[in-house]
Design a protein around this ligand. Structure first.
Ligand code: ZN
Length: 151
């Protein structure tokens, strides 16, 4: 990881953990899915409000380590207003980014999300960063508000 990415990683994680974006419940959410990472104890609930194919609102709640919270914060910030197809595509991109050493981390369109590639240096934290994304995937594919497990 180059120095600028290292700085970005540290700054983004600190910032989004201290002040998580969209950290709230959506009372009339169309989807609400809970994700749990037993390796670390991270527990997050992702809420989706759908307007047709558009994610009109995305939020999360829960407790976890700085990386899991920052990742969820970045995710919700990024997904609001996107379509389901775009969200699925972003899941694939992020999955590669977090798990494949050769995935490009400087892709322009990733913005701050590129910082999350920093967890590749800490393999035990990959599941922290990917928890919210797997939870999102479950929420996109589920067809009700009933919480389901991602494990
Ligand atoms: Zn964690």
């Amino acid at each position: 990881m180059n120095d600028s990415l290292k700085d970005l990683y540290r700054d983004v994680i600190v910032d989004h953990n201290r002040a998580p974006r969209n950290f709230r419940k959506i009372p009339d959410a169309d989807r609400c899915v809970e994700g749990f990472n037993p390796l670390c104890g991270d527990k997050l609930t992702v809420y989706l409000k759908l307007d047709g194919e558009t994610l009109s609102d995305v939020s999360f709640e829960g407790s976890g380590c700085a990386i899991s919270v920052a990742s969820a914060s970045l995710m919700t910030e990024r997904l609001k207003g996107k379509t389901r197809a775009e969200a699925e595509q972003l899941f694939d991109t992020m999955h590669d980014l977090l798990t494949r050493a050769d995935a490009p981390a400087d892709a322009e369109d990733l913005g701050k999300l590129a910082a999350l590639s920093g967890v590749r240096e800490f393999p035990s934290r990959v599941k922290c960063a990917s928890l919210c994304w797997h939870t999102l995937k479950g929420a996109l594919q589920g067809d009700g508000a009933k919480p389901i497990s991602t494990e």
